[in-house]
Design a protein around this ligand. Structure first.
Ligand code: FPP
Length: 233
């Protein structure tokens, strides 16, 4: 992906990441899966900073899918603890850097203390509008669409797709321009299925803990070279 034109950040409003490969990263090093997730949190911090530095204002990350609940109890507990630690530790940086936190998914599944931390990070950053970090927790796009249908039932007229989008968790965000999946699989795994309609998709073999700024820049360059026609000629 060399010698490609750089995408102007103004062309990109929103980038989303399916952060896959933490478990394999740890396994390759004969470490417990938790170590892969911990390294994954470090990558998350570096990558979100790099994205905002490049002038992209919205970042979404798939941190915990509704299907991840079926993982062994110990791993689910570890993931919830990592999310709590990350939010507690990073809140001062979110405030300092004026980053608004949003969440998508059924947050009421999480223990009370985790919900409190999540709500605290929403409240303390709600007044920021320039940069948004949207974290998918206990999220599934099919559930999100069904939820939106149920919310839309209260309307008495035929709704437009724009109105429908206002019933999704992402009502305050533009649709993703790019969705990047690390870890080698080429699928969306129930992530942002409505919002992804015109997103450019990038699938990398790199495992999430190894993903870095250089690869981000390669992706942004390639994005600049792709023609987005939105179904037109
Ligand atoms: C996929 O790797 C990754 C996840 C299920 C969780 C992603 C979570 C983090 C990066 C850390 C926690 C998040 C926050 C917001 C603090 P996998 O376990 O499916 O890897 P594998 O496919 O190699 O097994």
């Amino acid at each position: 992906m060399k010698d490609l034109k750089k995408a102007s950040p103004s062309q990109i409003n929103h980038i989303a990441f399916i952060m896959d490969g933490n478990g394999r990263w740890a396994k390759q090093r004969l470490m417990p899966r938790l170590m892969g997730h911990k390294k994954g949190v470090e990558t998350l911090k570096k990558v979100t900073e790099a994205v905002f530095e490049r002038g992209i204002r919205h970042v979404s990350v798939y941190a915990f899918s509704s299907e991840n609940k079926e993982r062994p109890v110990e791993e689910v507990k570890n993931l919830v603890s990592l999310v709590k630690e990350y939010l507690k530790r990073e809140l001062k940086n979110f405030v300092k850097n004026e980053i608004r936190l949003e969440f998508m998914g059924a947050i009421d599944y999480f223990p009370k203390d985790a919900q409190e931390i999540i709500n605290d990070s929403i409240e303390k950053t709600a007044h920021f509008s320039e940069k948004v970090l949207n974290i998918a927790l206990n999220y599934g796009a099919q559930d999100e669409i069904v939820r939106a249908v149920n919310l839309a039932k209260s309307t008495t007229h035929d709704i437009t797709k724009e109105e429908f989008a206002s019933f999704l968790y992402t009502k305050n965000l533009p649709p993703p321009d790019l969705i990047v999946r690390t870890g080698g699989d080429k699928r969306l795994s129930n992530f942002m299925l409505f919002q992804a309609a015109y997103a450019e998709l990038f699938f990398l073999n790199t495992l999430w803990p190894d993903f870095n700024e250089n690869e981000l820049d390669d992706i942004l360059s390639e994005f600049g070279n792709r023609q987005r026609r939105f179904g037109k000629v």
